[in-house]
Write a protein that binds this ligand. Structure first.
Ligand SMILES: C[S@@+](CC[C@H](N)C(=O)[O-])C[C@H]1O[C@@H](n2cnc3c(N)ncnc32)[C@H](O)[C@@H]1O
Length: 253
């Protein structure tokens, strides 16, 4: 009868292999643990609030106070088209007929109702945190008989967009007043389809001739920094508008 020998048996190969597998798994777990948690963005800090500011600072920028619904008529002012070339904004969004577009911080729906006819087989999701804005928007929707606009009451840190459903997000004159910019952009990121776009319009802070309160303006550099922090990729910045940057970002495929 042959005597059992560990060194001649298959165990001789199996045991070291097992050790290697266990050691590799341990290392992978250590690496996973050292990654920042998914819900951990750059820190917010506080300062004495500036005029019109929230006193909350994100990546070196003080967040502006939210414009109340009392400002509705300013958003709807007739001279806005000439001042901000709003038709050119919609024209340059690169929309397809079946696109799902989210207008975040939609306010009165100034852009929502200009986008809706461009996506007849798709729809526009108008998101805001002020119910008064959405009431106005819903009344207008009824009056105009528009069927492809839906309103969503968001939270300060959550758009409530369904995941992976949106082709394009429009943010006009809204992002700089989000009290939780990182959480909002992560929520937008989740709502976008892979390859989906964020079109961000902010008044140009680099240009002293733009007569807008300082906290309601942003530099291109700052906007790129903040969008990148949320995982979005900068595609291009186009300067065809009179007083705003037209910046395009994408959720990587
Ligand atoms: C200055 S208005 C711009 C409205 C619209 N985009 C336009 O250009 O006509 C900014 C809007 O953003 C909304 N807003 C602020 N924080 C928000 C948030 N976290 N989520 C959604 N909307 C928000 C405000 O309630 C307000 O209606």
């Amino acid at each position: 009868m042959r005597r059992f020998s560990f060194f001649n048996s298959k165990l001789c190969l199996l045991v070291p292999s097992l050790f290697l597998v266990i050691a590799f798994q341990g290392r992978a777990q250590d690496q996973e643990a050292s990654k920042p948690a998914q819900n951990e963005g750059p820190r917010y800090t506080e300062k004495v609030p500036s005029r019109g500011g929230q006193g909350k600072v994100y990546l070196g920028r003080e967040i502006a106070k939210v414009m109340g619904h009392q400002g509705l008529s300013w958003l709807e002012r007739p001279e806005r088209e000439e001042e901000e070339a709003t038709n050119d904004v919609v024209e340059n969004m690169g929309l397809e007929a079946d696109d799902v577009v989210a207008d975040i911080g939609a306010g009165s729906g100034y852009f929502t109702f200009r986008i809706a006819p461009r996506v007849p087989e798709g729809k526009v999701l108008a998101v805001d945190i002020q119910p008064e804005m959405l009431d106005y928007l819903n009344d207008k929707k009824k009056r105009m008989g528009v069927s492809n606009v839906e309103t969503l009451l968001g939270d300060v840190d959550d758009t409530r967009l369904p995941e992976n459903t949106v082709d394009a997000v429009l943010l006009v004159d809204a992002y700089h007043e989000f009290s939780h910019p990182w959480e909002m952009m992560r929520s937008i990121y989740k709502g976008l389809k892979p390859g989906g776009r964020v079109i961000l319009l902010e008044y140009r802070a680099e240009d002293p001739a733009v007569q807008i309160k300082p906290l309601h303006k942003m530099t291109e550099q700052q906007a790129i920094l903040e969008m990148k922090a949320a995982g979005l990729k900068h595609v291009e910045t186009r300067e065809f508008l009179p007083i705003q940057h037209f910046m395009v970002f994408t959720k990587p495929e």
